[in-house]
Design a binder for this molecule. Structure first.
Ligand code: C2E
Ligand code: CA
Ligand code: CA
Ligand code: CA
Length: 282
């Protein structure tokens, strides 16, 4: 049964759980979203700065709500966690990413790489790597076609188990990226202890770098540090030509943001691929 009472309003406010009834309703709606397949993925390209070509796609979760339209993930990821649904939805995200990978390969995109976001609770599943291996095998894909995006907070949670799971996933070929770099835990210790391949500089620094000297210096020194560690650096939230020019000057490797492309709904992917096969980005 669906209830679309006045409480709905609170549920989609930024401060969730203002109201227990609203929270329970949201949980019920999320369970329904799973059984009625209201989730989908949008794919946002990442662009290689030197080749000016598509580098990979990031899979971003979308909820097509029956009455409210598309609900962005920041408004329901926490609720999925609280309702203990995030692990299941996370496996769904990975499997759907595999399906889209196969679809893009059939469209002629041979060396497609897909980035998938993982939450901290997914990293508490001791059978995460086994389950991913099983899903990969089902689609005859290799882990090397995937990059897993983790936040700094995931890495400081239960360090020994996290390292263990990371090594298991590494053995399957998966690469790791640190998402929202610079916004989380301040210790950089994990950078030398964990098998990380890529750092994604948080979009708040990228959006500030044009006008704010501190943001600019943070971006410049992050790029230099990441390169000295032998890792790759991605700038997210790139929106302007000025951002691109600056990031090119400071030799960032990969760019992602509305300047290049919004996330593409999965239903529009085939069309997008045909365009991307020949596209040279600015
Ligand atoms: P994120 O991983 O940091 O993803 C980047 C967010 O920035 C996305 O928001 C993307 O649409 C948005 N974005 C991309 N380019 C630009 C730009 O140029 N300017 C601005 N202002 N924003 C840009 P989205 O899709 O709403 O996702 C929000 C967050 O939800 C993600 O942040 C990620 O933390 C989480 N999320 C999304 N999908 C999943 C998922 O499958 N699993 C998990 N655990 N978390 C997810
Ligand atoms: Ca991400
Ligand atoms: Ca991010
Ligand atoms: Ca984020």
């Amino acid at each position: 049964a669906k209830h679309h009472g006045r409480n709905c309003y609170y549920v989609f406010n930024d401060q969730m759980s203002v109201d227990l009834a609203a929270r329970l309703q949201l949980e019920a709606e999320l369970k329904q979203a799973i059984t009625e397949q209201q989730f989908s993925l949008s794919l946002q390209p990442k662009v290689c700065l030197t080749k000016r070509k598509l580098h990979s796609f990031e899979a971003l979760l979308r909820w097509q709500h029956p009455t409210r339209g598309t609900v962005p993930p920041d408004l329901f990821i926490d609720a999925l966690e609280q309702a203990q649904l995030m692990v299941d939805v996370g496996y769904w995200v990975f499997e759907r990413s595999c399906q889209l990978c196969v679809q893009m390969m059939q469209q002629g995109l041979t060396d497609v790489v897909m980035a998938v976001n993982l939450s901290a609770t997914q990293f508490l599943q001791v059978d995460l790597a086994d389950n991913f291996a099983r899903i990969l095998a089902k689609y005859q894909l290799n882990g090397a076609q995937f990059e897993l995006e983790l936040t700094e907070s995931t890495l400081v949670n239960n360090v020994s188990q996290t390292l263990d799971i990371m090594h298991q996933l590494k053995a399957l070929g998966f690469a790791f990226a640190i998402d929202d770099f610079g916004t989380g835990y301040s210790s950089l210790n994990y950078l030398k202890r964990m098998p990380v391949d890529t750092i994604k500089i948080d979009k708040s620094f990228i959006q500030g770098m044009q006008d704010n000297e501190a943001d600019l210096q943070i971006v410049i020194s992050t790029i230099a540090m990441v390169h000295k560690l032998g890792l790759q650096v991605v700038a997210e939230g790139v929106e302007t030509a000025e951002n691109v020019a600056q990031l090119r000057y400071y030799q960032c490797d990969i760019l992602q943001g509305y300047y290049f492309s919004r996330p593409i709904p999965e239903t529009e992917i085939n069309e997008f691929i045909q365009q991307v096969l020949t596209q040279q980005w600015p």
